[in-house]
Design a protein around this ligand. Structure first.
Ligand SMILES: *[C@@H]1O[C@H](CO)[C@@H](O)[C@H](O)[C@H]1NC(C)=O
Ligand SMILES: *[C@@H]1O[C@H](CO)[C@@H](O)[C@H](O)[C@H]1NC(C)=O
Length: 284
């Protein structure tokens, strides 16, 4: 109950705080979110970004990590912004941008993940992803998860694309429709470099029919490199964790609310690290 009261406030404060005062901290936060959401290591083996990626959907604004959005909201392609963690990170491209569906937490990915967007050769111009000289292998196709299959995790991944990049034959031509593929095999076989930035949203259709088990929250202690862990903090943050224990952030199993990611009520001045730390539902 508590969560449902808190969530809109938390998300609202995120949207306002979006213009991201502290990209280094947000890079650490998204790393923690990818771990906590099970995207790492089940979806991608590792994730060590050097920039903050934000998907900005019309009428929504910049989505916070794991933010629950509706199919209608994510129908048209978002604008993507990428902000380096600090001034020593260079974002000279080109890059490959992908959006894939990692399904609900714990779902079987052995047949691959659905490719919703795959663009080679994007560049970053004033923090905005530009496709001016890009090739859309798969044009953006909005999420459409099956009803009752739970909150699907749609991840945006920006890969470094070195000069030696050579796509496999079946992904060398533009306008290939949405289908299952192995994102890791694609990255490896085509010679893509590291994932320099990423983020994810969730979209759910209907009410999950699977039974839901306990949730867990992002541990701020994993963000120690930028001084946010309690006790060790010297960063001057005046954070107040008004709801920090996993128990207090769990969503009632089978509660049927679209916001099954819940929201830990971290009311702080730290932008979306603080306001969007979410509890993730695990399917038994
Ligand atoms: C800049 O950010 C990168 C990526 O997060 C990090 O590895 C590096 O240590 C940072 N450099 C400085 C000077 O803070
Ligand atoms: C580039 O972006 C525009 C606007 O989002 C889109 O209409 C167009 O199809 C994109 N082109 C490629 C090659 O991705």
């Amino acid at each position: 109950m508590f969560n449902f009261v808190v969530l809109p406030i938390a998300l609202a404060s995120f949207v306002v705080a979006q213009s991201a005062s502290n990209p280094a901290l947000e890079v650490e936060a998204i790393k923690a979110h990818f771990q906590q959401a099970g995207i790492v290591p089940a979806g991608i083996p590792s994730f060590d970004p050097s920039a903050v990626l934000v998907a900005d959907y019309a009428g929504v604004g910049g989505a916070s990590p794991g933010q629950a959005l509706t199919r209608a909201q994510v129908g048209p392609a978002p604008a993507i912004t990428v902000t380096p963690a600090n001034s020593s990170v260079s974002l000279s491209g080109p890059f490959t941008l992908a959006m894939v569906d990692f399904g609900a937490v714990g779902s079987d990915q052995s047949a691959g993940v659905t490719r919703h967007w795959l663009v080679n050769g994007v560049t970053i111009d004033n923090n905005a992803v530009s496709n001016a000289s890009a090739i859309a292998i798969t044009q953006y196709a909005g999420p459409a998860p099956p009803a009752g299959s739970g909150p699907h995790r749609y991840a945006f991944l920006l890969f470094a694309q070195p000069e030696s990049f050579a796509p496999p034959a079946d992904f060398s031509q533009p306008n290939i429709g949405v289908s299952l593929f192995d994102i890791n095999a694609y990255a490896r076989d085509s010679g893509l470099g590291a994932i320099v930035a990423g983020n994810y949203i969730t979209v759910e259709e209907g009410t999950a029919t699977a039974s839901l088990s306990a949730t867990s929250a992002v541990e701020t202690s994993t963000l120690a490199p930028v001084s946010t862990s309690s006790g060790a903090s010297s960063g001057g943050s005046s954070s107040t964790r008004s709801s920090s224990s996993p128990a207090s952030t769990s969503t009632a199993p089978g509660g049927g609310n679209a916001n099954q990611n819940g929201a830990a009520a971290f009311t702080t001045s730290l932008g979306w690290l603080a306001s969007s730390v979410a509890a993730f539902v695990v399917f038994a």
